[in-house]
Ligand binder design. Sequence first.
Ligand SMILES: *[C@@H]1O[C@H](CO)[C@@H](O)[C@H](O)[C@H]1NC(C)=O
Ligand SMILES: *[C@@H]1O[C@H](CO)[C@@H](O)[C@H](O)[C@H]1NC(C)=O
Ligand SMILES: *[C@@H]1O[C@H](CO)[C@@H](O)[C@H](O)[C@H]1NC(C)=O
Length: 509
Amino acid sequence: MPLPLVGAPRGLRTILLPLSFLAIILVLIALYRSTESSGDFLKNLTTINGPKTQHADHHRPTNTHAPPKYKPTTTFAVPAVTDPFPLLASSTAAPPPIPAYNVPRDGLHRDYGLAYVPPLFIGFTRQWPMLLQCVVGYITAGWPPESIYVVENTGVQNSNADDKLSLQNPFYLNHTTLRRLGVNVLPTPVLLTFSQMQNFFLSTATARSWPYYFYSHQDVLVFSFEDGADVMKRPGDREWFFYDRQDELDVMRPPAAGQKGYRTIYENCLRELNRTVESEERWAFRWFQYDHLTLVNRAALDAVGGWDSLMPYYGSDCDMNARLEMDGWSMRHRRVGIINDVSTVMEDLSALYRDPNIVPKFVDPNPIAEEELEQLERPQGSEQNDEPEKEQADKPTEKRSEKGSKVAGVGVTKAVDYFRSLVKVADDMGTYKYRSDKYARNSWQNSQHGGTGEPYYYNAEGFASSFWILAEAGHEVFRQKWGHRDCNLVEETALQLDDQWRVEKDWED
Ligand SMILES: *[C@@H]1O[C@H](CO)[C@@H](O)[C@H](O)[C@H]1NC(C)=O
Ligand SMILES: *[C@@H]1O[C@H](CO)[C@@H](O)[C@H](O)[C@H]1NC(C)=O
Ligand SMILES: *[C@@H]1O[C@H](CO)[C@@H](O)[C@H](O)[C@H]1NC(C)=O
């Protein structure tokens, strides 16, 4: 976002003049001292202007202290990530058309009594290929791009907007690509934690007078019920809630694409919002595959004071849900479409546009060897209070392709066959993500290590380690706040809303 630079020209002059003198002097010195080619000299000059590598040219101070001891250098067997949407990355053409039956009708929201198009916030911190897949998934399933708000929470200031980061940088996000897809990018002013970002969604909705909004995680892949009924329980699914028999039939036996009454995931979301508001219930969330896609009622969050920012990541949802429930706000698991919680990316996202030349398949950006995984998964003493997500997640009910490896499709021509092959691949991606409890599910977060020397560079492993340290600190805050260790306060305790921070712990050490 350009800032008005009041008085910039004069200010610039006073800076630029000495700078150009400095440059001339440097050139003279260099020419005088150097016998090397000018190419080399130019390379060296860039290191003066801004180091291109992390360690180069950072001189150790000449004091009496011994130099630090370095950790063994990590070598990454991880392949460099590739852009998953070559078509968009390599041409200026408009994105391909989405399936005609998924094109959102103008003003559809008004059919459901809504005065504004409810926004869909998608928070982003790391791993562009996952985000791009998520966004393209929503768009091709029928979500109007102009109501999607990618919240750029990378902490790199304007570096992405200015095209300064490279694809291998975990915080890379391409504004141009998102704009070409028609979605909005909303930058956070500084790097926010999960809880802070949730509060940022809330404050944005307040500022724009949106009483309701949706948010989605960036690691999901969604579809509309194009093939009609879909009764499969996917990893991450909870017990679906139905209001009555009619509602159950309605949800579980939707008309397929092309049939009368077909609705996209977007229309189902509008419908769900309409129905929920109509019910006049005191409601907070409607969850579509736990919180992977969530409908939020601002009034509920305002009533209980929003997310607890002092629990940065995991644990914060346990706290939030408990407080809402204690205060009488309903939360229900509902069904609006096919949602897969994934850790991998389709090799070519053109598949989501049903490009007949592309065989849908996925690649793991950060494969972990089976033995290594077993090693990592071994219980580690103190980690008894684990991620809430993990505790609540249903295990996959059936073992599908063991390795979750690339799923080959055959030449699919009919739309429904193509769709089935897509859903199959996405289901395999979901199963693959949940193939082990913890490490494999989050390994995708470590798939980019580059960006050394780029603006706001941050060591990728350091970022990942810090994340888990803060996550654990959040668990500890939760435990002390409620005197209880496990996630489900309402079912497991007699605590009430104003008991927070006032009760002794309910367990023996
Ligand atoms: C550039 O730097 C390298 C080492 O950093 C040095 O060996 C070389 O002489 C320099 N070249 C010029 C043209 O200054
Ligand atoms: C729900 O949608 C119906 C039309 O389908 C509309 O008449 C009604 O006002 C809507 N309800 C709300 C609460 O917006
Ligand atoms: C962003 O994507 C566009 C294509 O949409 C590409 O031309 C441009 O080079 C990309 N920017 C960066 C910094 O990678």
